[in-house]
Ligand binder design. Structure first.
Ligand SMILES: Nc1ncnc2c1ncn2[C@@H]1O[C@H](COP(=O)(O)OP(=O)(O)OP(=O)(O)O)[C@@H](O)[C@H]1O
Ligand SMILES: [Mg+2]
Length: 243
């Protein structure tokens, strides 16, 4: 079953064409990594997939929802498509658990008791089962990012989009967040990860997409793409990432 079907997506910001016809199909349970230089359109593409950016042309179907301009349809789609950003944006005046309960109560109409139970379950999934009552500023960056992931999980998304979720973290905190994502992959969660962690992408993603100048320049099974890149552009990119 395809969870994401994007066909010939085009998107410009004024005169700048950022996506020049991007097509991608993701099957249930697949983990896709999206790599490429700064400005190649990775974030824009992710944002198009959950309707945060309006596309100029093309077709998107995600988690069974056809992308539509109507706000009600868009809300339905977003409920099934989680997105986690580099900045976690937790409410500082709410505990970790309360941050997670918010959307299930307000958007899905769950009772407080049910939302609480769900929040506790999701905190356990990210290894923070004992932090329900902790306020964000008492948590490390890595822990806050894990709470943000738990907050997305509480909506029971059909696909999760991650946009460089470890970029703002100190190296010693990156591993704990990547471990959570790897665990979700093992549990069969469908995910698209924009990442600069090449080792992680190679190990965890079934497939890797290399974007360059608004198109998919090269793609393939991660094992092949990293060990035997075909295009000179991807070769150069991988060399520069390894440093
Ligand atoms: N809202 C916007 N308005 C105008 N230009 C934008 C907007 N969002 C992105 N862009 C431009 O679109 C291009 C692609 O941006 P995007 O954020 O998708 O790149 P990226 O591949 O995610 O890069 P990075 O690795 O730095 O995050 C860039 O040139 C950026 O400046
Ligand atoms: Mg980006």
């Amino acid at each position: 079953m395809s969870v994401v079907v994007a066909k010939d997506i085009r998107k410009s910001f004024g005169p700048l064409e950022v996506l020049k016809g991007v097509s991608l199909t993701v099957e249930a349970g697949e983990v896709i990594s999206l790599i490429g230089r700064s400005g190649s359109g990775k974030s824009t593409f992710l944002r198009c997939l959950n309707g945060l950016e309006k596309i100029d042309s093309g077709d998107i179907e995600v988690a069974g929802h056809v992308m539509d301009r109507k706000p009600a349809r868009l809300r339905e789609l977003r409920r099934d498509v989680g997105i986690v950003f580099q900045s976690y944006n937790l409410f500082p005046h709410l505990t970790a658990g309360e941050n997670i309960m918010l959307a299930p109560v307000q958007v899905n109409g769950l009772s407080k008791a049910a939302a609480r139970q769900e929040a506790e379950r999701c905190l356990s999934l990210v290894g923070l089962g004992d932090r329900f009552g902790t306020y964000p500023d008492m948590l490390s960056g890595g822990q806050q990012q894990r709470v943000a992931i738990a907050r997305s999980l509480a909506m029971k998304p059909k696909v999760l989009l991650f946009d460089e979720v470890t970029s703002a973290l100190d190296p010693e905190l990156t591993g704990e967040v990547l471990a959570v994502i790897e665990n979700l992959a093992k549990q069969g969660m469908t995910m698209i990860l924009v990442t600069h962690e090449m080792g992680f992408a190679r190990r965890v993603a079934n497939r890797t997409i290399f974007m360059k100048d608004g198109i998919i320049h090269e793609e393939g099974p991660s094992a092949e793409l990293f060990s035997a890149p075909r295009t000179p552009e991807l070769k150069a990119f991988l060399r520069s990432e390894v440093g």
